[in-house]
Ligand binder design. Structure first.
Ligand SMILES: [Fe+2]
Ligand SMILES: [Fe+2]
Length: 297
């Protein structure tokens, strides 16, 4: 189906929801400020402190086992100065986006969904570091956000989306293809429509829209390719949710691989088998992170 038609349909579907979750304006502002390379950490901390709910969530997360502080962190400003700008972007977004969809009534099991998302985030970051991609934290966040449209479908198109999930189980098709066939749009267009409403920076919008066809990306094909591969790795390693369980895939045949190889020839030296073992080791960290995020609600 034509991407423009699917986008039009997504805009209608998203536009029809009156109570679309919002993410705090502050989170969007923090993201925009962080796009400026000269921003100071104190500036961001001051901005975050104007949102008490976000401050409380960030403080809880900072004191969780994930960040393993040696002593309790009581000042947000000091903590952020200590953690640095990169982690602020991660904290502002993840605490906001997860809580925007803090619903248990959707078609998807949210824990499994966020485990997939954080898994893809983590693997994206590892790939980014391995190939020397400039901003590995951006790869991490893109990975976390890539399937955002799915939570919308799960919450606001519950019944039709349940049929999609059933269809995936009975016909051996990808979730994204089943969505296109049954809903006339996919989580990529739905996610893009939401990301635009939330004023996400362009590169995140690009990943949300093109992580299944990185070759068509408009802004950052490298970033889309990194997330695309991370998504495949996670599906193979069992970090999946409702999508078809992928048994294996041939890296060399993937479009994303070709795109990355072209720009980063050192990828050819990567030991894929060893890399998969590394990922298995990291899975318990992802599970711990997700349960501690939900504990902050
Ligand atoms: Fe996806
Ligand atoms: Fe995914």
């Amino acid at each position: 189906m034509d991407k423009n038609l699917m986008m039009e349909r997504a805009e209608i579907v998203v536009g029809a929801v009156d109570d679309l979750p919002t993410i705090p304006i502050i989170a969007t502002k923090v993201l925009q400020l962080l796009n400026n390379p000269d921003v100071r950490v104190e500036e961001i901390a001051d901005l975050m402190l104007t949102d008490q709910v976000m401050t409380a969530r960030v403080m809880k997360l900072l004191n969780s086992p994930v960040y393993k502080p040696t002593q309790e962190i009581s000042s947000l400003k000091r903590a952020l100065v200590y953690l640095g700008l990169r982690h602020i972007r991660e904290l502002a977004l993840t605490t906001s986006v997860i809580h925007a969809f803090d619903t248990t009534t959707g078609a998807l099991e949210l824990n499994a969904f966020w485990e997939h998302s954080f898994g893809v985030g983590m693997v994206s970051k590892i790939i980014a570091k391995k190939i020397g991609f400039l901003d590995s934290e951006k790869a991490y966040i893109s990975g976390i956000l890539h399937d955002l449209g799915e939570v919308f479908l799960s919450s606001f198109l519950r019944e039709p989306f349940m049929k999609v999930l059933e269809y995936v189980e009975t016909h051996s098709v990808k979730l994204v293809d089943a969505e296109e066939e049954l809903l006339g749009t996919t989580h990529c267009e739905i996610g893009l429509s939401m990301a635009r409403k939330w004023n996400f920076p362009d590169s995140y919008c690009d990943v949300i829209s093109y992580h299944h066809n990185p070759g068509r990306a408009k802004v950052d094909p490298m970033l889309c390719s990194i997330v695309n591969l991370a998504d495949l790795f996670c599906a193979v390693r069992g970090l999946n949710y409702g999508g078809r369980v992928l048994i294996s895939f041939n890296l060399c045949e993937e479009e994303a691989w070709g795109i990355l190889m072209h720009a980063y020839p050192r990828l050819a030296q990567m030991d894929v088998e060893r890399f998969c073992y590394e990922l298995d080791d990291a899975i318990p960290d992802v599970t711990a992170l997700v349960s501690s995020m939900f504990a902050t609600s």
